[in-house]
Design a protein around this ligand. Sequence first.
Ligand SMILES: Cc1cc2nc3c(=O)[nH]c(=O)nc-3n(C[C@H](O)[C@H](O)[C@H](O)COP(=O)(O)O)c2cc1C
Length: 196
Amino acid sequence: MNSQEIMQILEERRTYRRFDEIRQIPDEVVADMKRAAQLASSAMNRQPLRYIYIRTPETVNAVFDITSWGGALPNGEGRPKAGERPTMFVAILSDKALQSKYTSFDEGLAASNLTLSAYAHGVGSCILGSVNADKLRDLLAIDDSLDISCVIGFGYPTHKSTVTEIGEDGDVKYRLDENRDYIVPKKKIEDTATEI
Ligand SMILES: Cc1cc2nc3c(=O)[nH]c(=O)nc-3n(C[C@H](O)[C@H](O)[C@H](O)COP(=O)(O)O)c2cc1C
């Protein structure tokens, strides 16, 4: 893969919130995702993270019910409707005994590797910090020795998402255009990066 292809994946690996619910994610894709998570850098190489791949439709639905989607959009427009839901969730957990002050770095890098490796196969994702952790713990029988970081929803996207430069008003809120495709404002490079 050349640098242009990598940059294209970074452009297109956006947050997706509507999926083709009848198209399952193949085992080969999930295998790549597991390997990608294993490859993620980890502070002091402690590797405190654990992953639960939720693929059984009833459990996927149960996890979906305890997540919140697209808080920036009015009238619940960001929440997938029936037929648009993710077909898989991955829960990211961390072993309390192995945590360090850098565990959130590990979680972010793992989420990045998971979503990028999925997107390399055309599988879109939405990282969901808004999950009811108590209910998730009960539902998946997660041991008390593990903290819950987030869940990530995965599926084949049925909409586009495009990054635009932030407007003069500085509003960072993403929005839907007339086709219900996502428009995601990003801060200007010159406002966030300096060189010396
Ligand atoms: C740590 C984290 C938590 C997030 N939690 C949620 C969430 O609970 N619900 C949701 O719809 N999107 C969630 N998102 C997605 C963000 O809204 C999204 O990344 C942001 O709007 C920018 O869009 P982009 O990912 O396409 O760049 C989360 C993203 C991150 C990184």
